[in-house]
Ligand binder design. Structure first.
Ligand SMILES: [Zn+2]
Ligand SMILES: [Zn+2]
Length: 166
């Protein structure tokens, strides 16, 4: 029986380790269709791997993990990642040159804060209006126009912080 999603279980932007793999795949597929391009097997495999990993990983690691009898080249992975980032299904963590899947539907130009755990490497996302306003204010004073406002913060996730306490 089909059940409608419970609105009270709406995205809280804090569950990046639990990715809805099917949802991101179908989002990437319809994005490809809207652009008149193919959701190629490499694109599908890269996204599936990232969704299953749930943590940021580097492009060369993706290439290694996807290589079986036929070697997957890093350049293929980079091309797939480019597409997946455009499609809004994957983020790049600049501080680590690593990529991770995202099943939030960010608004155009939405300010996203990535909270990166330096212990376990997990990333949690938060979309904060307060941060967005602060950023706009700061940018205004310099005349800078933020296009993809993404902020990376290193620290300790609740799980790791809890473990170090006990
Ligand atoms: Zn995201
Ligand atoms: Zn952690």
């Amino acid at each position: 029986m089909h059940r409608d999603p419970d609105p009270s279980a709406a995205c809280t932007h804090a569950h990046c380790d639990v990715i809805d793999a099917e949802a991101v795949q179908s989002r990437a597929r319809s994005y490809a269709a809207s652009k008149g391009t193919r959701f190629t097997p490499t694109r599908q495999r890269v996204l599936a791997l990232l969704a299953a990993t749930g943590k940021p990983i580097a492009a060369y690691e993706i290439a290694e993990k996807l290589s079986g009898s036929r070697k997957v080249q890093a350049v293929q992975v980079y091309r797939a990642l480019e597409f997946l980032q455009e499609a809004g299904c994957v983020h790049r963590l600049a501080s680590r040159s690593a990529f991770f899947a995202c099943d939030h539907r960010h608004g155009e130009g939405e300010t996203v804060v990535f909270m990166v755990c330096s212990q376990c490497g997990a990333v949690q996302e938060a979309a904060s209006d307060l941060v967005a306003r602060g950023l706009r204010g700061a940018a205004k004073t310099t005349g800078f126009r933020p296009r993809h406002p993404m902020i990376e913060v290193e620290g300790e996730c609740a799980k790791c912080a809890g473990e170090s306490v006990s």
